[in-house]
Design a protein around this ligand. Sequence first.
Ligand SMILES: [Zn+2]
Length: 418
Amino acid sequence: MHVLSSIAPIFLLATLASAKPVPRSDQVVRCTLTSDAQIAHIKSSYLDVWSHSLGLNHPTDIRVSATERAQLEATGAKCDVFIDNLAPLLQAEQKPHLAVRQGPSALAADPFFTSYKTYSQIVDKVKAWEQAYPDRVKYLGSIGASTEGRGIPAFKITNNKIPSFSKRSIYFNGGIHAREWISSATVMYIANALITSTDAQLSGFLDKVEFYITPISNPDGYEYSRTTDRYWRKNRGSIPKSNCVGVDLNRNWDEHFGVVGVDSDPCSETYNGPSAFSEPETEALSKFVLSLPNRLAGIDWHSYGQYILRPWGWTNTKSKNEALYKALGDGVRDAIVKFNGNQYSSITGAQLYPAAGATDDWMTAKAKMTGFTIELRDTGRYGFVLPANQIVPTGEEGVVAVKAFVDYVLKTSIPPAV
Ligand SMILES: [Zn+2]
């Protein structure tokens, strides 16, 4: 008996400690919508849809307050709580972790990848790489200014001892959607692997490829998502005759601009802007891509959902290169499964959700490259609020994806799609 009584206070203390209330915050609910009225309610209430699509009869993730959830369910929408409380996730997301040596890229631990970084830290890291690896890295400076005047940084990774004319250009774009922090982190992780890894295939790529990278292509939105609104997606451009701010930069490219999957309401998260390339970020990015010599392929990195998305994004009509693109996408998917068992889906962009004016379609149609989108981790457990301890494992999946992707596009002759 006396043993029990000595344990009880400790047990009680532990119970009290674990019962410490976590501040309430928004939830993410996964709903199945069954009527146009429910969709109209979500749009008119400007609920924050986290899924790629807003449509009938398939699971749709939506961030809601308690009041918003009650109003949504009053429309008859059937919703399950998917993330009960975002507040502790926001705390966990920022918690640094110890990077470990792991995976196929044979990287030494780098504290840079133990937490999500600021815009300035990302730019400084690129400059530090150039200093440390002048034979491999060239910081190209800013390719243009954002709406708020931040430079959009770009850099090149290649083996400088081999002349340019014999190489192909491959482009990686990170962070075009502000809240998808894992995109910029992964693009930087891949760059680190290309620069520092002893892996023979990765260093072999540098003899044949010039990798051009814009790791943080929406710097204003990224900083705004760090300082003010964690769930911000668009840029920070002002809209004439509207109180709402921001254009969805991944709907603003000059490729079937505005025909599908966009919203003309400036307050919408998928507002595509008044015209193609109306935004300084997309204008600068597109000019940069068109300036690249011997363009071969590009990947626009996003989260979340775990998809390898091939052309086309704007139409369900298959590309004339469908067989080649599918083999490429399936190969990337299979390489990741083989690496760690994590499942990505290999489909066309439009199979996920038809959307026009996106980076990938523009790369394919207008820049005559093989343009893909990769949606990184996860499948909704954390959504955009992916903990920092997933930067390294997600980065490793990115490296595996790049190895399969680059190997294929170097070996396979893929004609222009249009
Ligand atoms: Zn995105």
